[in-house]
Ligand binder design. Structure first.
Ligand SMILES: [Zn+2]
Length: 250
């Protein structure tokens, strides 16, 4: 007999499996990332309907069997769809990016309430976005994802000499995630975080996304920091993200 489990979840991927079924992955609140077979989901009048779109939030019931990695989906009810934002190119790109980061950073079967709440906050913010704010929301999401995965360090102390770095001083942050004070700063690759950037990043880690992306004066550092983040994430994951490869061709 399978063990039946009920959980809220975000859809990550779904792809055809044979003629009738779909193979899906979800980030569930209760058990983290799981892979599931949705029987009959390819049929026109499937009971799963349109609930299997990436980053839709759903209520799941599924059956687990001892020793098997794949679970069987019994029911999947839509809580909230991102259909309304998926239509814009910025919205679409951001959704793919967020799916990819959750997929890469969250190991299977490890629940993470903070990542779950980050996703929900970012998606609710995504619904209200205007223009360039998509880039800021992406930055917000990336920094938090790195932080919650243990890769984004506190930059208040120098990793080389151990000294405190005051808020008025710049910090060098290397691609290995080591913060260094001005005196110790090595010649390695990385970015210099000015006191202004440090202030805005402190705010990022204490404010909800819709408030943070509405801050003014950040445009002078955002592009440079975004390109640092792209390289930083590819060093952490030891690979280039698909969303970055795609960007390279467009
Ligand atoms: Zn130092």
């Amino acid at each position: 007999m399978p063990r039946w489990i009920e959980s809220k979840a975000f859809v990550l991927h779904s792809r055809p499996l044979g003629e009738r079924d779909k193979l899906c992955s979800f980030f569930t609140h209760r058990e983290g990332k799981i892979r599931a077979v949705a029987k009959g989901a390819r049929r026109l009048q499937s009971r799963f309907g349109a609930s299997l779109e990436p980053l839709s939030e759903v209520h799941l019931w599924y059956g687990e069997r001892e020793g098997r990695e794949l679970v069987t989906l019994r029911q999947c009810e839509l809580i909230e769809s991102i259909f309304d934002v998926g239509g814009t190119p910025e919205g679409e790109e951001l959704i793919h990016h967020m799916v990819e980061l959750v997929d890469e950073f969250c190991p299977p079967h490890q629940p993470n309430d903070k990542v779950y709440r980050l996703l929900r906050a970012a998606l609710s913010c995504l619904r209200t976005l205007r223009g360039r704010q998509a880039e800021l929301l992406r930055l917000y999401f990336d920094v938090w994802m790195l932080r919650l995965s243990g890769f984004f360090p506190s930059v208040d102390r120098c990793a080389e000499c151990g000294g405190r770095i005051s808020r008025e001083e710049p910090v060098f942050l290397g691609l290995e995630g080591r913060p260094e004070c001005a005196a110790c700063q090595s010649a390695g690759r990385g970015i210099i975080l000015s006191p202004l950037m440090r202030r805005d990043l402190r705010a990022l880690l204490s404010e909800p996304p819709e408030r943070w992306i509405a801050r003014t004066g950040m445009e002078i550092w955002v592009s440079q920091f975004m390109s640092f983040l792209r390289r930083f994430i590819s060093v952490v994951l030891e690979k280039e993200l698909n969303t970055e490869r795609f960007r390279g061709f467009s």
